[in-house]
Design a protein around this ligand. Structure first.
Ligand SMILES: [Zn+2]
Length: 447
């Protein structure tokens, strides 16, 4: 569909009916990113006070929480007062879904849920205005790379299993001028089919799970297919951390910027990479903290748990929500001229740790650096017990007779030599329901 038809005759009218007037917020978000850092932070602090007071006055969960913890709030909340608010976790949301939601809210509400790649599915509610604002923020970031509303998108994503849901998604894809490339099937045959679909559709950009785009790229390279004539504006990778081996291949295959997006289903984009390659935080619309294990702020450059406060969601406020990732912030300024502050994602989900017999915790991302070499196309590791591991592998053509031994030695380097590793060779690693590849699964009982 033509870009302008997609924008003015399909997307805008539908958003209007859904009360998600994205255009109302576009100028707001575009203006706010042009401000200097001090102005951005001043504005943000005002919004922070407003939402915390709102939550106390309207949401049972926060009223009880603040009262129990004797949290007194000044009109303009101080950092000290704010830091007394206990952290909101995924488990707490699941347990307190009712009391966290404004039961008296009269306006239109959309109910959503997260994909649950960590094993937990959250149900949450949003006002249409907040969804519209999140979309406006998304388009502002995409526009850093010249992507506009209505531009065609090839989306590397999960495909629903049931017919009913598939129909629903097809409709959504049509409205949003995009085609869906299944993240589940990245065989060579599927790649050829998808490649032809993509060439016919002529997308302006790619968007999707890092591992799905990576799998597609591996085959594109192997089959000698050419993506150059698409003249893509950008490739936006999301939902999974981009590791050096991903970026290396992307740079070989794509002749356009490859961009990292960091966000969540619950609260939209948290940070987005600019042309200089730095991740800018959406600090004008979100309060983002980096905390240590005692919930104290870490210093610049130090790794901390990423904890966010959504400054707008009223029907179900997210205040000091531990999103389950680790990252660090920086006080450095970016050369791109945008003063939104910078951050880095350290590793994936914080619950992804390998526990060794010696009591060591090894981040599962370690496997990306050991099991992911030239001999391996894809991998997944299961920790069955403290001693027993199963590694599923999809071999690459470079896999040799002694490759297994070499991989084993690399894994043992951190996990210890006295462990049992069973190798299984597959043609393809099954994806999660969402289409994401979860490369480490711990079957140890949670303590
Ligand atoms: Zn920048």
């Amino acid at each position: 569909m033509n870009k302008n038809i997609a924008k003015y005759l399909v997307y805008y009218p539908i958003q209007f009916l859904r009360k998600q007037k994205v255009w109302k917020y576009l100028s707001v978000v575009n203006d706010s990113e042009k401000r200097n850092l001090q102005q951005i932070l001043n504005e943000r602090n005002k919004k922070l006070s407003a939402i915390v007071h709102y939550a106390y006055n309207n949401i049972r969960y926060y009223k009880e929480l603040f009262d129990e913890n004797k949290i007194m709030l000044s009109e303009e909340i101080t950092e000290n007062e704010f830091r007394k608010i206990p952290i909101l976790t995924k488990h707490k949301i699941i347990k307190n879904e009712q009391s966290l939601t404004d039961q008296k809210y009269k306006g239109k509400i959309f109910h959503r849920k997260t994909g649950g790649s960590t094993g937990l599915t959250l149900h949450f509610s949003k006002e249409p205005e907040v969804l519209a604002l999140n979309d406006a923020i998304m388009f502002r970031c995409y526009n850093w790379f010249g992507i506009e509303i209505g531009d065609k998108q090839a989306r590397f994503w999960g495909v629903p299993v049931t017919k009913e849901l598939r129909k629903q998604e097809n409709r959504k894809d049509l409205i949003l001028n995009r085609i869906r490339i299944s993240a589940f099937d990245i065989s060579e045959e599927a790649t050829i089919k998808q490649y032809n679909r993509i060439k016919k559709f002529k997308p302006a950009y790619f968007y999707g799970y890092t591992t799905a785009i990576y799998g597609f790229c591996l085959n594109v390279q192997k089959l000698g297919l050419d993506l150059d004539e698409l003249n893509l504006k950008a490739v936006i990778c999301t939902a999974e951390k981009m590791y050096p081996h991903h970026r290396k291949l992307f740079n070989e295959v794509f002749k356009c910027p490859v961009v990292d997006e960091y966000g969540s289903t619950e609260n939209g984009i948290i940070s987005f990479q600019c042309k200089e390659g730095n991740l800018h935080m959406m600090a004008d619309h979100m309060y983002i903290e980096f905390l240590d294990d005692n919930d104290q702020p870490v210093k610049p450059g130090e790794s901390g748990r990423i904890v966010i406060t959504d400054l707008y969601s009223k029907v179900m406020p997210f205040i000091r929500y531990d999103i389950g990732d680790k990252g660090s912030f920086s006080n450095e300024k970016c050369h791109c001229g945008n003063e939104l502050p910078l951050m880095n994602i350290m590793e994936g989900r914080t619950e992804d740790f390998i526990k060794t017999k010696q009591g060591k915790m090894v981040h599962a991302a370690y496997l990306c650096y050991t099991l992911k070499d030239d001999t391996v196309q894809e991998f997944k590791m299961y920790q069955k017990s403290m001693d027993d591991y199963t590694i599923q592998l999809v071999k690459s053509p470079a896999f040799k007779e002694n490759s297994e031994e070499a991989l084993k030695a690399k894994v043992e380097y951190e996990l210890g030599k006295d462990i049992n590793i069973k190798f299984e060779y597959l043609d393809k690693i099954p994806r999660e329901k969402s289409g994401k590849l979860r490369y480490f699964v711990s079957e140890l009982k949670k303590q």
